[in-house]
Write a protein that binds this ligand. Structure first.
Ligand code: C2E
Ligand code: CA
Ligand code: CA
Length: 650
C-alpha cells in the first residue's frame, strides 16, 4: 500500500517537476515549439502511465486484500467454532457444576453436572432462580456479596452451604460466583461454579467427632469437656450463674474387669454411660475421661440440693443391676462435687476440688457423694432428707389446719378466718410454716398439700355455717405454682361445690409477686375466680413491686397490708404514712383494707382512726385449732379491749 502511494506520488512529482524543468529549460536551451510540445506530451504520457499503473496496482491489491480478509474470517470462524466446541465439551463433561446466571438470578446455561448435583432435569433447572436454591437464612449475605461484586469490592464470592436437592435431600456444596462485565464494564451476568462436598463434610464431621468424643461410649472426651467448661465459665461469670462438676469413679471397677473380662467391662461402661446421660438434662454434659472415670457438667444450678438430688439419682441408677452376656453385674459409684463459684473460680480449681471431694467419697466407704466442702454436703443432705420427709407428711397425716380470725373494725364483728398450715413432725418441729410452704412450692408438693387444705378448710367452714355463722368467710393462701396449674380453677370450683359453701364466702389471698411473675396468666385466673364469685385479696401488700395500674386492671376486693408496716406503725413515721396512704387509696377505689399482724391496742386505734376495714393478728388471737376457733367464734366480743387472748392461745 505504501509502495503504491509512493508510485502515485512520485508520478505526480515527476510530472510536475518535468513540466517545470521543461518550462525553465526553455529559457536556457532554445527548443522549437514543436520539440517543446512533444517533450511535454511525452512527459505527460509517462506521468499518466505511472499513475495508471499505480492505480491498477491499487485495485489488484484491494481485491487481493478482500480475498485475504475472507480467508482470515473463515479461519477465525473455524477457530472460534473449534474453541466453542472445546469449551462446550469441557462445560458438558466437567464434574464441576457450572451455570451462567442472569443478574436477576435466573439460570441460563446449566451444565449436566449442575443438574445432576441437584437432581433436576435441564429444562426444570433453567426455570429456577439461583436465589431459590440458596437457603433463606443465607440469602441476605449472598445479596450483600453480590452488591460487593457489582461495586468491584471483591473479585468473586465463595461459600460453603447446605442446599437441597429436588427430592428434599440435603447436600453440602461449595460454590463460586463470579461477575462478568460487558465491553462497557457494566455487569452482564454471573458464572456460577458449584461442587458437592457432602462426603468431605461428613469426613470432617467424623474427624471432629473423633477428636472430641470417646470412641467406646460416644460421650464427650476430655478435650470437649474442657472446651465446654471454659465456655460455661464465661457465661456463668457474665450472668452470675452457678454450675456444678460431678466427678465419678466406679467403685472397684478393676475387680469387675478382671473377673468378667475386658469386653464385658467395656459393655458395662457403655451401659453406665447411657444411664448417666439419662440422669441429666439435654443441656448438661456427660464426659468420660478414660477408664471408669466420668464427669458430669450440670449447668444453671440454682440450689445446692438440686445437684445433691442429681448425685443421688446417679448413685441409685448406677446401683441397678447390669446383665451382660447373661451375667448379673452389680456396681456402685462414688461422686465428688464442686460448685462454681463457691468451690473455685477457674477450671483447674474446680476440677481439682471435685477430684478431692471424690477422694473423700471413696474414703467415706464409696457409693456416696461428697461436696468439696463438708458443710455443703451436710446441708444438702439435710435438705434432701427434709424434702423426703415432707413428701410423706400428707400420707402420714402430719398436717393440721389452724385458723386466725379477722374482725371488722366498724362493727367489731368476726367476718372470717384465714386458714394456716401446721406440720406436726418431731424431727422438724422448729421449721416455720413459711419454710414448709417454700419447700413444698420448690418440690411441687404444694399441689397435693393445697388440695388437702382446700378440702379440709371448706368442710370446716361448712361446719361453722351449719352452726349458724352463715356469713363467715374463709381465706386461703395461694402460691405461684398453684396459679400456674391449668386445673386450678376447675379443682377449686368442684371442691367448693362439693362442700356446699357459697363461693362468695371464699377469699383467695395471693402475694404481689405471683401476679408480677406472669401477669397475663394471673389475670386470666383472677378473672375466672371473679366469675365464680370468689373474693380476691392481695396478701403482704407493700412488700413487692406492685403496679398501681394492676389495681385498675384487676377487680381486687381487698388489700392486706403487710405486718411489717403494722409492726412499725407506732414507731416509724414512714410506715404510718404508708399505711394511712394505702387505706385512703383503698377507700377511694372502693377496695376493702385489712391490716395483718395487729398486736397492740395502739396499732388497733391508729388503724380504726385511719378507716381500715378489718384487722387480723395476735391482738385478737393467735391462729387457733378448729376446736379453739369454734370456742372463739362462740365467744361474743363486746369490746376489742376485753378480748381475753390467754383463753385461746395454743
Ligand atoms: P401469711 O399469709 O402472711 O399469714 C400470716 C402469718 O402471720 C401467719 O404465719 C400468722 O401466724 C402470722 N401472724 C398472724 N398474726 C400475727 C401477729 O400479730 N404478729 C405476727 N408476728 N405474726 C402474726 P404462719 O402461720 O407462720 O404462716 C406463714 C406464711 O405461710 C403465711 O403468711 C402464708 O404465706 C404461708 N402459709 C401458711 N399456711 C399456708 C397454706 O395453707 N397455703 C399456702 N399457700 N401458704 C400458707
Ligand atoms: Ca395470708
Ligand atoms: Ca400476709
Amino acid at each position: 500500500m505504501q509502495r503504491i502511494l509512493l508510485t502515485i506520488l512520485s508520478g505526480i512529482t515527476l510530472g510536475v517537476l518535468g513540466t517545470y524543468a521543461l518550462n525553465i529549460s526553455h529559457i536556457f536551451i532554445p527548443l522549437s515549439y514543436q520539440a517543446h510540445f512533444w517533450l511535454l506530451s511525452g512527459l505527460m504520457l509517462v506521468n499518466l502511465f505511472l499513475i495508471l499503473a499505480a492505480v491498477r496496482q491499487l485495485a489488484i491489491k484491494d481485491k487481493y486484500r478482500k480475498a485475504h480478509l475472507r480467508q482470515v474470517m473463515r479461519f477465525i470462524r473455524a477457530k472460534l467454532h473449534d474453541k466453542e466446541k472445546r469449551f462446550k465439551s469441557v462445560f458438558d463433561i466437567t464434574s464441576l457444576g457450572m451455570a451462567t446466571v442472569d443478574l436477576d438470578g435466573r439460570l441460563r446455561e446449566v451444565n449436566p453436572s449442575f443438574c445432576e448435583l441437584l437432581g433436576y432435569k435441564l429444562q426444570d433447572m433453567q426455570a429456577l432462580n439461583f436465589f431459590h436454591l440458596v437457603e433463606s437464612k443465607n440469602v441476605n449475605e449472598l445479596q450483600i456479596c453480590i452488591q460487593r461484586l457489582i461495586d468491584n469490592d471483591i473479585k468473586s464470592y465463595q461459600a460453603e452451604q447446605q442446599w437441597f436437592r429436588k427430592n428434599g435431600e440435603a447436600v453440602w456444596v461449595t460454590y463460586l460466583l463470579t461477575l462478568i462485565r460487558n465491553d462497557k464494564n457494566q455487569p452482564a451476568y454471573f458464572i456460577l461454579q458449584i461442587q458437592n462436598i457432602t462426603m468431605q463434610k461428613k469426613a470432617e464431621e467424623r474427624l471432629r467427632h473423633m477428636a472430641y468424643h470417646d470412641h467406646l461410649t460416644g460421650l464427650a472426651n476430655r478435650n470437649k469437656l474442657e472446651q465446654c467448661i471454659s465456655h460455661i465459665l464465661a457465661t456463668a461469670r457474665r450472668h452470675k450463674q452457678s454450675f456444678a462438676l460431678l466427678f465419678l469413679d466406679l467403685d472397684r471397677f478393676k475387680n469387675i474387669n478382671d473377673t468378667v473380662g475386658h469386653d464385658a467391662g467395656d459393655l458395662l461402661l457403655q451401659v453406665i454411660a447411657e444411664r448417666l446421660k439419662n440422669s441429666v438434662r439435654e443441656t448438661d454434659m456427660v464426659a468420660r475421661l478414660g477408664g471408669d472415670e466420668f464427669v458430669l457438667l450440670i449447668t444453671d444450678v440454682k440450689k445446692t440440693e438440686s445437684v445433691a438430688l442429681i448425685a443421688q439419682k446417679i448413685l441409685d441408677s448406677v446401683r441397678q443391676v447390669v446383665t451382660i452376656n447373661g451375667q448379673e453385674i452389680y456396681i456402685t459409684t462414688s461422686v465428688g462435687l464442686s460448685i462454681f463459684p463457691h468451690d473455685g473460680q477457674n477450671m483447674q480449681a474446680l476440677m481439682k476440688n471435685a477430684d478431692l471431694a471424690l477422694y473423700r467419697a471413696k474414703e467415706q466407704g464409696r457409693n456416696n457423694y461428697q461436696f468439696y466442702t463438708v458443710e455443703m454436703t451436710g446441708k444438702a443432705q439435710e435438705k434432701l432428707a427434709l424434702q423426703n420427709t415432707l413428701g410423706h407428711a400428707l400420707a402420714k397425716e402430719e398436717f393440721l389446719l389452724y385458723y386466725q380470725p379477722k374482725m371488722e373494725l366498724k362493727t367489731r364483728r368476726i367476718t372470717g378466718v384465714e386458714v394456716l398450715l401446721r406440720w406436726k413432725n418431731k424431727t422438724y418441729s422448729t421449721i416455720s410454716p413459711s419454710e414448709i410452704i417454700a419447700l413444698a412450692e420448690e418440690t411441687g408438693f404444694i399441689i397435693p398439700i393445697s388440695e388437702w387444705v382446700l378440702k379440709s378448710a371448706c368442710q370446716q367452714l361448712k361446719a361453722w355455717h351449719d352452726m349458724g355463722l352463715t356469713s363467715l368467710t374463709l381465706s386461703l393462701n395461694c402460691t405461684a405454682r398453684q396459679f400456674k396449674q391449668s386445673t386450678f380453677v376447675d379443682n377449686l370450683t368442684s371442691v367448693i361445690k362439693e362442700s356446699g359453701v357459697r363461693p362468695e364466702l371464699i377469699e383467695i389471698e395471693i402475694v404481689e409477686s405471683v401476679i408480677m411473675q406472669d401477669t397475663e396468666n394471673a389475670l386470666r385466673v383472677l378473672e375466672a375466680l371473679k366469675d365464680l364469685g370468689i373474693q380476691i385479696a392481695i396478701d403482704d401488700f407493700g412488700t413487692g413491686y406492685w403496679s398501681l395500674s394492676n389495681l385498675r386492671r384487676l377487680s381486687i376486693d381487698k388489700i392486706k397490708i403487710d405486718k411489717s408496716f403494722i409492726k412499725s406503725i407506732t414507731k416509724d413515721e414512714m410506715s404510718s404514712s404508708l399505711v394511712s396512704a394505702t387505706i385512703a387509696m383503698a377507700n377511694k377505689l372502693g377496695i376493702k383494707s385489712i391490716a395483718e399482724g395487729v398486736e397492740t391496742r395502739e396499732q388497733y386505734d391508729i388503724l380504726a382512726r385511719e378507716g381500715c376495714t378489718e384487722i387480723q393478728g395476735y391482738y385478737l388471737t393467735q391462729p387457733l385449732s378448729p376446736d379453739l376457733m369454734t370456742a372463739f367464734l362462740n365467744h361474743p366480743i363486746p369490746d376489742a379491749e376485753t378480748i381475753n387472748k390467754d383463753e385461746f392461745t395454743n
